[in-house]
Design a protein around this ligand. Structure first.
Ligand SMILES: [Zn+2]
Length: 506
């Protein structure tokens, strides 16, 4: 009797399932969408943002134009912890550039996050040292970064001793944020420093100009960082041994590269400073350099970013706890002034910082506000006597004047740049401004003078070709361009060369 009742219920239940199933089959998309939306709304109401987000997100794949779903999805994202995937999704929404509410909400959330991070890490230059806009660094979990040092028979003993000290400096100054350990074999080392003479090295290509130190990453399978290899020459370009101070600065800088600092800065108060024009500048003019707070802040922020190239596979795959670097640095279309505002904020907080003021000038230039940039830089020239900095300022002011086609002022500042520092770059700029001013004879003399000593200089070659093109001496232009291609075959792939291609092919 009991058994019979149970089976009746079962049959009824089966019929019900089949009916509902059949109905759902007929109206499936509508039904599931509506019930899912309802379910997501309930989750949102109960502040289960993560659950709600997941549903809105999958719904938005099907109805991408539904602004209500997109808005609600963005609300959830704004309320969720800023893990990597949330940062990435918010940036994607902020960059849609459709003027939607979602875009505005996402933009404001990102800017708030950005300010928080930049305040937390303080004065830094991470933006300038990324590796082709990718983050390259060692894993944060490995206890020690092993390093190996070697020299040849000419290498002074103090080079090796100082290299050891410099690793200790990086470790101490970063409050043991990174720790290093010397090992006795190359194979077990992540960072290798080799000091050697000029003649017996196959490591440094012979056709490059003198470079005291070179750091190269060894990367496998596209993103697996295996080793950082530093080559440092025993002697200066004048064939003398480096002094203790010189070699210390040089090693500190190269180790910076080996830790993931893949670029240089314009600020000569940082270890990654590198002059625009002079390969020897680093050790000639920076003998007093030691690590600064900006260097250490940069290190710490770099290691808080999600890596694109790293030795730790886990960190490459599980990025949630890290910062997405584009969230810090990408321009947000809705808010073109963001970079300017941010830089102004930093200048306000730290009015003495020339690095911040320069960053503001850069932001103005990037934003098309050339006059603001010029005014700020002129102001900075009145507040510094540092020749290197003045050189950077004059050079940049002249370039900004070129951008607003005020060639007369551009000429004045290009001349100032040359008289501050008679470098190839500055002289090239001056000749270029003369060309723009229509002073073809002087421009030609200027470019020719540079090429007589630096025949493979790209800018001077292109400048001289420009002079000949303006004078309608196309065969002369072609000769110069062909010569350049012969000396620098890679130049044909360079964007700057594109307009000249036709002259070479003629
Ligand atoms: Zn460097």
């Amino acid at each position: 009797m009991k058994k019979n009742k149970n089976s009746k219920i079962l049959v009824l239940f089966l019929i019900l399932i089949v009916t509902v199933g059949f109905y759902a089959y007929l109206h499936r998309s509508e039904l599931t969408e509506k019930s899912l939306l309802l379910y997501a709304d309930i989750n949102l109401k109960h502040k289960n943002y993560e659950n709600a987000y997941k549903i809105y997100n999958s719904l938005s794949q099907y109805s991408s134009k539904d602004t209500e779903i997109k808005d609600k999805m963005t609300i959830c994202l704004c309320k969720m912890p800023m893990i990597y995937s949330v940062q990435k999704k918010l940036l994607e929404i902020a960059q849609t550039d459709d003027g939607s509410n979602a875009e505005k909400m996402a933009t404001s959330r990102i800017l708030k996050f950005r300010n928080k991070i930049l305040k937390k890490y303080g004065d830094n230059y991470v933006k300038e040292i990324l590796f082709n806009n990718l983050v390259l660094r060692w894993g944060t979990e490995s206890k020690n970064i092993n390093y190996y040092l070697s020299g040849d028979k000419e290498t002074p003993e103090y080079y090796l001793k100082i290299a050891k000290d410099v690793f200790a400096d990086w470790q101490r100054e970063s409050d043991e944020f990174l720790t290093f350990k010397q090992v006795n074999n190359e194979a077990g080392a992540k960072i290798i420093i080799k000091f050697h003479g000029n003649a017996d090295t196959s490591e440094i290509p012979v056709n490059t100009e003198y470079q005291a130190g070179v750091t190269k990453p060894l990367i496998e399978k596209e993103n697996l960082l295996k080793q950082m290899r530093i080559d440092i020459l025993n002697k200066t370009h004048e064939n003398e041994f480096f002094t203790k101070e010189q070699i210390k600065t040089l090693i500190t800088h190269e180790i910076g590269h080996a830790l993931g600092f893949c670029g240089h800065t314009k600020d000569n108060a940082t270890i990654m400073y590198y002059s625009l024009d002079n390969d020897y500048d680093l050790y000639q003019n920076r003998i007093d350099t030691s690590l600064t707070s900006a260097d250490i802040n940069t290190l710490k922020l770099l290691y808080a970013l999600a890596p694109d190239v790293c030795d730790n596979i886990k960190e490459l795959e599980e990025k949630e706890k890290f910062i997405y670097h584009k969230v810090l640095f990408d321009a947000l279309d809705d808010n073109k002034n963001a970079a300017v505002e941010e830089a102004m904020e930093l200048v306000k907080v730290n009015p003495g910082s020339i690095a911040h003021s320069l960053a503001l000038a850069d932001a103005y230039t990037a934003d098309g506000k050339y006059k603001e940039s010029i005014n700020l830089m002129i102001l900075l020239t009145n507040h510094t006597t540092d020749k290197k900095l003045l050189n950077v300022l004059y050079y940049n002011i002249a370039n900004n004047y070129i951008l607003i086609k005020d060639f007369e002022n551009a000429l004045g500042y290009a001349e100032k740049a040359v008289s501050t520092n008679n470098t190839v770059d500055n002289r090239c700029l001056l000749a270029y401004v003369k060309l723009l001013n229509g002073d073809l004879e002087d421009a030609e003399i200027g470019f020719k003078r540079i090429l007589s000593r630096h025949p493979s200089n790209v800018n001077a070659s292109l400048g001289l070709a420009d002079v000949f093109i303006k004078k309608k001496q196309y065969l002369e232009a072609r000769k110069i361009l062909k010569q350049l291609v012969k000396l620098r075959p890679d130049v044909v792939n360079d964007k700057v060369f594109a307009p000249y291609k036709m002259y070479v092919i003629i």
